[in-house]
Design a protein around this ligand. Structure first.
Ligand code: PGA
Ligand code: ZN
Length: 409
């Protein structure tokens, strides 16, 4: 089954911004598509999402140039290649682009092809996508880390911290974990309303985006919600500190904090609220601060690098060598191909770091993320909240895999 045709379509993501869909047709008649996500609180070192910058359409965010690059430049060298040779296809894509950060043709264009080829190959072989992607890894069903309250750039900067999440503990299967999480989400809504917060809708990832008096109030409400629902949940944070780091300091609630102050504050919360995971507690280039916080908190809480590592092997290797962070957040579109994504996950495992497979705040109905999480055996997935169908597409795919496809060897 060789690649016969690749075409591209500009579609809309969950924020109504343009993004890409690529479709691959194989010589055996198999057709499959993939859609790429898009972040808002992006790291400076991410691969480049190519946009048109034509202010007459979608405020410059159109992706017609990237779609054109797929059909005119990236596809031709792939025609006739065996679709199951993912490593070769991804190498061709990288070489055709040949720029730093995939800025010439666009990481969005490259990722759309990389994923669509994998899906077409799996379909042609009549294999579930996760099974096809597994290779010689040990697949596993991931535990979700679920957004309940949003802040930062995902909720109009109501509070500084970006995500307050729950991680279910001790549930037999995903469906009972999700049932408990839905109860926590609803209970949180009621608690917020009881405090007089106006709830007119949900934030970018489907969590509540209320105005609160402080960041800590969100952690306290979340803890209360797990108590009133009688659920067993750990709490996780995505501080996304890059986005309130200015002139060497963290601008939090009118104060200017150092990395040490942040470590002190978060260390207290870990004990007080039962927090087991903190993502981006410090900014993307504050390596020294990250070293301090890892030394202070790394043995009591998982420290996840998102903007810090940007799913980039070179940056992850620096972290591993310097003893910085204890986990990596994995977002395919931060790097641009499936092969490079797996390289980061595999390297993390080898070094004793955990990996959290993550969606973006701008998403589509594509569910490949669920298959990636299972195939990689990473153990944890972060999709956003349990409302909005761009999120549910992934949870529902996981339910399907769990009930119908996954039989551990
Ligand atoms: P983003 O947010 O997709 O807007 O970057 C997700 C995150 O920071 O984890
Ligand atoms: Zn993050």
């Amino acid at each position: 089954m060789k690649i016969q045709r690749i075409r591209a379509l500009e579609i809309l993501d969950s924020r109504g911004n343009p993004t890409l869909q690529a479709e691959v047709l194989l010589t055996d008649g198999t057709r499959a598509s993939a859609q790429v996500p898009s972040g808002a609180s992006t790291g400076r070192h991410e691969a480049v999402e190519l946009r048109d910058s034509d202010s007459h359409r979608h405020e410059g965010k159109g992706v017609l140039r990237a779609a054109g690059n797929i059909e005119a430049i990236l596809a031709p060298p792939l025609l006739g290649l065996d679709a199951t040779n993912q490593a070769l296809i991804d190498r061709y894509l990288i070489e055709t682009d040949a720029s730093e950060g995939k800025s010439r043709l666009g990481a969005n264009a490259i990722l759309a092809i990389s994923c669509a080829v994998a899906r077409a190959a799996a379909k042609s072989l009549h294999l579930p996508l996760w099974k096809y992607l597994t290779g010689n890894r040990t697949p596993s069903l991931p535990v979700p880390m679920v957004n309940i309250i949003s802040g930062g750039l995902h909720a109009g900067r109501n509070i500084e911290f970006q995500d307050f999440l729950v991680i279910p503990r001790g549930y037999n299967d995903l469906s009972s974990a999700l049932e408990a999480i839905v109860r926590v989400h609803r209970a949180t809504g009621k608690l917020l309303a009881a405090r007089g917060c106006t709830l007119t809708g949900v934030a970018d990832e489907g969590g509540w985006g209320p105005h609160l008096r402080s960041n800590e109030e969100a952690a306290a409400i979340l803890r209360e919600a797990t108590a009133v629902t009688n659920t067993t949940m750990d709490i996780a944070l995505d501080v996304a500190a890059t986005h309130f780091f200015h002139d060497g300091q963290y601008a939090l609630e009118g104060q200017h904090l150092s990395a040490n102050d942040m470590a002190e504050l978060l260390g207290n919360w870990v004990r007080k609220y039962g927090i087991t995971s903190i993502e981006d507690p410090l900014a993307e280039d504050d390596w020294q601060g990250w070293k301090t916080i890892t030394d202070r908190l790394g043995s009591s809480v998982r420290l996840v690098g998102d903007d810090l590592f940007v799913t980039n092997l070179t940056r992850l290797n620096r972290g591993i060598h310097e003893g910085i962070a204890t986990a990596v957040l994995v977002k395919m579109n931060q790097i641009g191909t499936l092969t490079e994504t797996f390289a980061v996950i595999d390297r993390a495992r080898e070094a004793g770091y955990s990996a959290v497979i993550s969606a973006r705040s701008g998403e589509t109905e594509d569910s490949l993320l669920a298959d990636l999480a299972v195939a990689s055996g990473a153990g944890q997935i972060k999709i956003g909240s349990i409302t909005r169908s761009e999120r549910l597409a992934k949870y529902n795919r996981l339910l399907e895999i769990e009930k119908w496809e996954f039989t551990p060897d």
